[in-house]
Write a protein that binds this ligand. Sequence first.
Ligand code: NAD
Length: 364
Amino acid sequence: MIIGVPKEIKDNENRVGLTPAGVSAYKQAGHRVLVETQAGTGSGFSDDDFSAAGAEILGSAKEVWQQAEMICKVKEPLPAEYGFFRENLILFTYLHLAPERELTEQLCAKKVVAIAYETIQTDDGSLPLLMPMSEVAGRMSVQIGAQFLEKPHGGKGVLLGGVPGVTPANVVIVGGGIVGTNAAKMAVGLGAQVTILDINANRLRELDDLFQGRLRTLMSNQYNIAQAVKEADLLIGAVLIPGSRAPKLVTEEMVKSMSPGSVIVDVAIDQGGSIETVDRITTHSEPTYVKHGVVHYAVANMPGAVPRTSTIALSNVTIPYGLQLANKGYRAAIAQNRALARGVNVLNGHVVYEAVATSLNLPY
Ligand code: NAD
């Protein structure tokens, strides 16, 4: 099969759909890989890196889209790319079609085979192509929190790990899933005092085992959240109720109880945020605002700040599925792999993923 990797054109998107290691994997399996010139620059991969791995470098997005049988991307196509759609082209990327009526209609009209990273789901319910971005955001949340706790960045001037003779900072993490666990690893590693709250008692047991007494687990309820938040130097919001808006677990009163110069990093902002005073999405160029004396950080695309790590992490998990599509063709690959089949959003001109059809009021 011919695999195409165009340069991402969304504002400030520096990731790329495939790494040179990914190109090499496709080549070894007998496929051709076409990469648009400069596609990897934002992630630190040059055209020479891709050529050395066996890719053919093409001068324009048009050539890549027209010659490829499967396009490997990161973000959903933008209107400038709709003209490249054609029947039976496989589009393998994050799509998030639910709010994207025009894109969905274009994919249907042109009969593209649209496979969304975010809906590939294994039988145990996990989302393997979303997980690495949660790992990145969870790990970043502590490093960002540490930075904004510094006085020049508006914080109270506290070092997360303290030093001998000085107490370390209190880090409170609400939600002990992928983001929360990765945040906890970083915070514990830096020597902070860490408290993690979750509503799932089994998850708290797993965390207790994993961290062997190096953090405190607490059942998530209003009373415990209020107590923990009052003492927090750094508060990290990391809850998720799949398919729903994040619940507002930390109230404005609780935020008022925090000492001045404390920091909130609400990672759950992409689902509306889990903290009442997080009332807006912030950006990498203006990442924080102050409310009740507390620094608030609410960037919805945190992994975008570390495109090299994010590109490699994403490519690591997309390649096994991409290889199945390329080796077997999409029909056989989907028939043989239920996780991959759940990723199919548009097929034969129809939306075939129920949640997308429902949110756009389209036939399913
Ligand atoms: P996850 O499903 O792995 O974990 C969510 C955890 O929240 C679960 O353990 C669940 O039991 C817990 N939870 C649910 N209700 C709770 C409550 N009332 N109190 C305490 N805990 C509760 O999800 P995840 O992958 O860790 O993602 C967490 C959030 O981070 C999601 O909203 C996700 O979209 C978001 N995220 C944001 C970015 C970003 O750049 N801002 C990047 C990646 C992920």
